[in-house]
Design a protein around this ligand. Structure first.
Ligand code: DOR
Length: 439
């Protein structure tokens, strides 16, 4: 692999408290040097990226994605999902176990990792199931999945309603120091709800899901984590009450972390008004006071990380009446500019954004990424903070296009994604590119 020199960008690395204008040099897939000026090496050949006016950060992590392989390859494969990740600026993703069959045993985990090694240019980690078949009845084969390399356990999409089983899972997870990632929606209280419960659900004539359905489970899982000492991560926080529960738990010293999605940060339940089924997600889009609490929670670190909850679904599952549509929207290729909007609107700082995309998610799943430290794997994302454009689902690498953000004008564009020293994505708008190959 050729050495790579990224010249003249603003380099931000929260792991090293670094924010400088300068150059970054990569050799043998590893970060070799960062300095205000690094001369073009005499050795040949070398790839040079002109990053003048661009921002250079550690490669981003998305610890909540759904690749539908095995089982629903028509929606997403490991290959298409990894290409979507690279296009979105993500060098590392963690995929949820709700495949078919469910990733609840080491055979499936090994199968996925084998496919990843041949099909993906980005780093992909598996999250294993908590319970067999995500049924919430018996523990999955957590120990053998850990040996196969899972980085967390979750019954994603399903809430483990049995508190005794959840306690057992948390107790067991400690042996491997595996994070327990919980989808918090009380399934009884959620019932057949399809959107947030409130003024708008009444207006639109759709069954609602109250904030309490989430908050009950957030409170329970925090209590169980405090009881067992397990490492808990709350997926896709959506309500004001959940933010407060997490804030208080952190003050008490609980081992809890949390994430928020781009859609929960940017859309309220007003968006459901056109009955676009792409707005149907679990948990549902909430109200403005919830969004304000999410912005504040993200800004003050109560919410640690950003995560897309990329959930590809086919046209057949979405082009039906709202009640019948599948929950979920794709996110890998739209997430970044939506997150960046919060920086442009002064809701969070640029360094908070970078930390929520790098060091924080790496810490949550316990992997040594999200840093530009000399000697570390050269995973790097370069973006243009000024570029304005419209999100366009016809350009997605993902096999699915279920997004309500098509046509939305945004600012902040991923220019280059570098994984292990290799340029795995280069934006099409750079076709007259500043990338140079020195012979
Ligand atoms: O909306 C969602 N869709 N939320 C989840 O938690 C699961 C996901 C899916 O797998 O489709």
């Amino acid at each position: 692999m050729k050495p790579l020199l990224i010249k003249g960008g603003r380099i931000i690395d929260c792991d090293q408290n670094l924010d400088l204008r300068g150059d970054l040099f990569v050799r043998g897939g590893k970060i070799e040097a960062i300095a205000t000026s690094i001369p073009i090496p005499q050795e040949s050949p070398c790839t040079i990226i002109d990053a003048e006016g661009l921002i250079v950060t550690p490669g981003w992590l998305d610890i909540h994605t759904h690749l539908r392989e095995p089982g629903a390859n028509h929606k997403e494969t490991i290959k298409s999902g990894s290409e979507a990740a690279a296009a979105g600026g993500f060098t590392t993703i963690a995929c949820m176990p709700n495949t078919q069959p469910v990733n609840d045993n080491s055979f499936i985990t090994n199968y996925i990792y084998q496919k990843v090694s041949s099909d993906s240019d980005v780093n992909i980690y598996c999250i294993g199931a908590i319970s067999k078949g995500l049924q919430g009845e018996q523990l999955a084969e957590i120990g053998s999945m850990w040996e196969a390399g899972i980085v967390g356990i979750s019954d994603d999409g399903n809430t483990v309603m049995n508190s005794y089983l959840m306690r057992k899972a948390m107790d067991y997870s400690k042996r491997f120091d595996l994070v327990v990632i919980t989808h918090c929606e009380d399934s009884n209280l959620k019932g057949k709800g399809v959107m947030n419960e409130g003024f708008n659900s009444a207006r639109f004539g759709l069954r609602g899901i109250p904030n309490a359905a989430e908050e009950l489970m957030v409170a329970r899982d925090i209590l169980l984590s405090e009881l067992t000492g397990a490492k808990l991560h709350i997926a896709h926080v959506s309500t004001q009450g959940s933010v407060e529960l997490i804030r208080q738990a952190k003050k008490r010293g609980a081992r809890v972390s949390a994430e928020v999605t781009p859609h929960h940060l940017t859309l309220t339940d007003e968006a459901v008004g056109n009955y676009d089924t792409n707005t149907k997600v679990a948990p549902p889009l909430r109200e403005i006071q919830d969004l304000e609490a999410l912005w504040e929670g993200l800004a003050d670190g109560t919410i640690d990380a950003l995560a897309s909850d990329h959930a590809p679904h086919s046209v057949e599952e979405k082009e039906v009446e709202y009640d019948l549509a599948a929950f979920g929207m794709v996110g890998l290729e739209t997430a970044f500019p939506l997150y960046f909007r919060l920086v442009l609107e002064n809701k969070i700082s640029l360094s908070r954004l970078v930390s929520a995309l790098t060091v924080k998610p790496a810490e949550i799943i316990g992997i040594p990424r999200g840093t530009l430290k000399v000697g570390s794997q050269a995973d790097i994302t370069v973006f243009d903070p000024k570029s304005r454009y419209r999100l366009d689902k016809s350009k997605f690498r993902s096999r699915s296009t279920n997004t309500p953000f098509h046509g939305v004008e945004v600012q902040g564009k991923v220019c280059y994604t570098v994984c292990g020293g290799k340029v795995v994505h280069r934006s099409e708008h750079l076709s007259n590119s500043p990338i140079k190959e020195l012979k």
